[in-house]
Design a protein around this ligand. Structure first.
Ligand SMILES: Cc1cc2nc3c(=O)[nH]c(=O)nc-3n(C[C@H](O)[C@H](O)[C@H](O)COP(=O)(O)O)c2cc1C
Length: 191
């Protein structure tokens, strides 16, 4: 079942171990098209993607710096620099944004799950294409000043920052085990 190998081998790569080249425009388009094949109640596509690369990463670095300084006016130089360095670790960042609609039929939790599934498809697709990736959040993913700088509307949330690039070194990633206590073969006690 060779087709399943990319699924079994899906793994994260530390953001600082992701280097150029990142997926090019055509590859990124393909990855985001695969993201959009996520299961989606009502086919409403309750998400969008913001791509950040090149010099825009320095602008995001400033945004992260301002955000942490606002969260903690007494932030240490070390913490400030750590936040500012985050977007500079990898050549490409895809911010997955959930764009939630009011619907009686499709609860917001389902829309968030759909956006999460789209984010996961980015990880799967990028690995299958030979790129490394990692899904990160942290305080910046829940910070209003980051939302504002990225142009999020009031109905939008950040699902994650997905860092992408080429893996600096190929690490050995063991495949997940399937523990017995994760599976329960239910039968009705009534019979
Ligand atoms: C919603 C979400 C948010 C995450 N945020 C972080 C994070 O901020 N920092 C972190 O180190 N890992 C975070 N992770 C976990 C990594 O993406 C990754 O899954 C983890 O390092 C395990 O590696 P693996 O994917 O190879 O199993 C997050 C995962 C998810 C699903």
């Amino acid at each position: 079942m060779n087709q399943l190998i990319p699924l079994l081998n899906r793994h994260s790569t530390p953001a600082k171990a992701l280097i150029d080249p990142a997926p090019d425009d055509a590859q990124l388009k393909r990855i985001l098209q695969i993201a959009m094949s996520a299961p989606d109640h009502g086919r409403i596509h309750p998400y969008r993607f913001i791509t950040i690369r090149g010099d825009a990463r320095y602008e995001l670095s400033e945004v992260f710096g301002k955000a942490v300084s606002k969260r903690d006016p007494d932030v240490s130089e070390v913490t400030l620099k750590k936040q500012q360095d985050k977007p500079l670790r990898s050549p490409l960042i895809v911010v997955v944004v959930a764009s939630l609609i009011e619907s009686e039929k499709i609860p917001k939790i389902e829309q968030m799950l759909c956006a999460g599934a789209a984010a996961h498809n980015i990880l799967l697709a990028s690995n299958a294409m030979g790129f490394g990736s990692i899904w990160l959040t942290g305080d910046n993913a829940y910070d209003n000043s980051v939302f504002e700088a990225l142009g999020l509307a009031t109905n939008e949330k950040i699902i994650g920052f997905i860092y992408l690039g080429t893996e600096k070194i190929k690490l050995d990633h063991p495949q997940e085990a399937l523990p017995d206590d994760k599976i329960f073969d239910w039968k009705s006690p009534v019979g």
